[in-house]
Ligand binder design. Structure first.
Ligand SMILES: Cc1ncc(COP(=O)(O)O)c(C=O)c1O
Length: 396
């Protein structure tokens, strides 16, 4: 069988590959500490589970409209209107099978062959591949520790051409945890308007920010942004609902209609009773979010303290999400078991083989000098994992 080049050219997800390898070792009974997870380690709060179970028992087991239950679209619209003071109607909302699916459909609805999409690096692994699948050209704009991994307008300008159509911003970011301050976003907004661009704002980690950091929902910055901004978010990270597959897009009605056409002819609706769970998540008590966020904040503080003690490791303080992205390239060039540690993949393999700690190589996020550690795992595992990393790096 000959496969289509559109799929043979796809890069496999490096994060899922690391998790699979660590899981295979665990299944063999090995004591692996996994820092690979891209999902909260908490169970979905009980009231959300109950709402979905009740919905299923009450017969919500059939197709819903492709763009989602009217009640869920209304709940999302109400959240943006009330919480962010961003007037939103249900017609501005599309419900998809996770934020990933929302992004996939947004790119398919907007990108024409050859359109360029500016993607600041380090980036979430799926963005460039999704842009390529839609026929577009991902244009990677590098950032580093000097600007806290936040892209500047000067840098964006250097990569802008007459084919540039979209700028993607992910704040707080996977993999760096970097989040943009209001002033920085205002400068980016001006740049977007000046260059007649569409801005896709991936806000999936919007509620996971620390130390009273002010998260800004991008289109709230200026009225003129409304017609050119697409916000993507969802239930996965905020409510520990990764397996439920509920994501949403908030955008001008025209784009939502186009996403409806795509969903009509591909997935149809996101799972009916999972949508009922998402309604309970959005409309129910929010203290579960605060509790989870406080646990992440405590773990982040511990990780930062321990990473600061490691020689040859430097780490920016993340403002949000549940990742740290330390720079480890000062360890490169050293020998381990007769092999040179020559990059983030070799270092990750060394850590897995030598001390059974799974981390994600930065190269998958466009930053080979770094590795990603998720702290969506218990404090006990974090302590054990960092002890082991200290031992392994000390032996290099
Ligand atoms: C930056 C970013 N955007 C979007 C997603 C998609 O999340 P989901 O499809 O689970 O809603 C993820 C998940 O890892 C992510 O890290």
């Amino acid at each position: 069988m000959k496969f289509a080049s559109r799929v043979t050219k796809l890069e496999p997800s490096i994060t899922l590959a690391v998790t699979a390898r660590a899981n295979a070792m665990k299944a063999k009974g090995e004591d692996v500490v996994a820092f690979g997870a891209g999902e909260p380690d908490f169970d979905t709060p009980a009231h959300i589970q109950e709402a979905a179970i009740k919905a299923m028992r009450d017969g919500l087991t059939r197709y819903t409209p492709a763009l989602g239950l009217p009640a869920l679209r209304a709940a999302v619209a109400e959240k943006y209107s009330a919480f962010y003071h961003y007037p939103t109607t249900p017609k501005n909302v599309a419900i998809s099978c996770g934020g990933k699916h929302s992004l996939y459909n947004v790119f398919h609805a907007l990108v024409e062959r050859g359109d360029e999409v500016l993607i600041p690096a380090p980036y979430w692994v799926s963005y460039p591949e999704m842009v390529k699948l839609a026929g577009g050209v991902p244009v990677i704009v590098e950032t580093d520790e000097d600007t806290g991994f936040r892209v500047t307008v000067d840098r964006l300008r250097a990569y802008t051409t007459d084919r540039t159509k979209i700028l993607l911003i992910n704040s707080p970011s996977n993999p760096t945890g970097a989040a943009y301050h209001r002033k920085e976003l205002e400068a980016i907004a001006e740049f977007v308007l000046e260059n007649d661009l569409v801005l896709i704002s991936d806000e999936i980690y919007e509620h996971l920010v620390f130390d009273d950091f002010e998260f800004v929902c991008f289109p709230t910055l200026a009225e003129e942004l409304r017609e050119r901004t697409v916000v993507v978010s969802g239930a996965s990270k905020t409510y520990a609902m990764t397996g439920w597959r509920i994501g949403w897009t908030v955008a001008p009605e025209g784009l939502i209609e186009m996403m409806g056409r795509l969903q009509d002819q591909s997935t149809s609706n996101a799972t009916s009773f999972a949508q009922a769970g998402a309604i309970a998540a959005l409309k129910g008590p929010q203290d579960c979010v605060k509790t989870m966020c406080a646990a992440f904040a405590e773990r982040r503080a511990y990780m930062m303290r321990r990473l600061a003690e490691l020689p040859n490791v430097a780490c920016c303080v993340p403002q949000g999400a549940f990742y740290v992205f330390p720079k480890v390239s000062a360890c490169y060039g050293r020998q381990a078991g007769g092999r040179a540690v020559d990059g983030s993949v070799a270092l990750s393999e060394y850590l897995l083989e030598k001390v059974k700690v799974a981390v994600v190589p930065g190269i998958g996020f466009g930053a080979d000098a770094n590795i990603r550690l998720s702290y969506a795992t218990s404090m006990q595992q974090i302590e054990k994992g960092l002890d082991r990393i200290a031992e392994a790096l000390g032996a290099l």
